[in-house]
Design a protein around this ligand. Structure first.
Ligand SMILES: Nc1ncnc2c1ncn2[C@@H]1O[C@H](COP(=O)(O)OP(=O)(O)OP(=O)(O)O)[C@@H](O)[C@H]1O
Ligand SMILES: [Mg+2]
Length: 239
């Protein structure tokens, strides 16, 4: 089932230059799809445009069949779209438990909030064990997990991750990608943007190669890994 369907997406920051210039993409429930491309290709701008955070944007964005193009960023989580930006966004001086509850600020029903929080804590035992500690005490990878866990309180259908592995030690990269896989296995549609091309594709089902704001190649992750153009341009292999 197509959870995220994007057609003719354009986005930019004004001044007449389009950073995202007509992108089509689809993400099915249960799959991980990764967008790769060089610095400045417009990867982050795609996610911002989808989340209604780019000043200039047009196109069609359907989430589980529902048109969400005009939904405000504050309400996106309530319609099922979660976005974890590139820069860390945990509240360092709040506890892990408090950070998790912040993910449910849009939930009025306190009983439901408690149920959802319990369920998410069951999924992430590290967060549960350390729930009373400051978020600042977590490692970079664990903070990423907390950011992901926090968005799950709203039970999103689609989760967008911008550079989830950036700055993390290899073990933590594994942890973050395996977390993404668990979410996919739970039926969520995952859209990632990654610089760590090889590892990200290995963790994905499909991928899109973005150049100058347009999709140049679209294929299964294994085909992209085997593609000589991809290895030459994005995986540091000389052709
Ligand atoms: N807030 C902004 N205002 C103006 N221009 C911006 C803004 N953010 C990004 N840009 C420009 O948009 C282009 C694409 O940026 P974007 O962040 O989408 O690229 P990216 O593919 O995510 O790159 P990276 O791999 O470096 O994260 C760049 O030329 C950048 O300078
Ligand atoms: Mg970026």
């Amino acid at each position: 089932m197509t959870m995220l369907k994007v057609r003719g997406l354009k986005g930019g920051y004004g001044g007449g230059r389009l950073i995202v210039d007509g992108v089509d993409l689809d993400v099915e429930a249960g799959e991980i799809v990764t967008i790769i491309g060089q610095n400045g290709a417009g990867k982050s701008t795609i996610l911002k445009s989808l989340f209604n955070m780019a000043p200039v944007r047009e196109g069609e964005v359907l989430l589980d069949g529902q048109d969400i193009f005009q939904v405000s960023p504050f309400r996106m989580l309530t319609v099922g779209l979660a976005y974890i930006p590139q820069h860390h966004s945990v509240f360092p001086k709040l506890t892990i438990a408090e950070n998790l509850r912040m993910g449910g600020y849009l939930l009025k029903d306190q009983k439901l909030l408690q149920e959802r929080t319990d369920r998410v804590e069951e999924m992430f035992p590290i967060l549960k064990e350390r729930r009373g500690e400051f978020a600042a005490s977590l490692s970079g990878g664990e903070q990423r997990m907390l950011e992901i866990a926090r968005t799950l309180i709203m039970d999103p259908k689609v989760v967008m991750l911008d550079e989830p592995s950036i700055g993390l030690a290899p073990k933590m990269v594994d942890l973050v990608f395996s977390t993404a896989r668990r979410l996919a296995e739970a039926g969520k549609a995952i859209l990632m943007v990654e610089q760590n091309v090889k590892r990200a594709l290995e963790a994905s089902d499909r991928g899109y190669v973005l150049e100058l704001g347009q999709v140049r190649i679209k294929d299964s992750a294994s085909a992209l890994i085997a593609d000589e153009r991809v290895s030459r341009l994005y995986m540091g292999v000389r052709g």
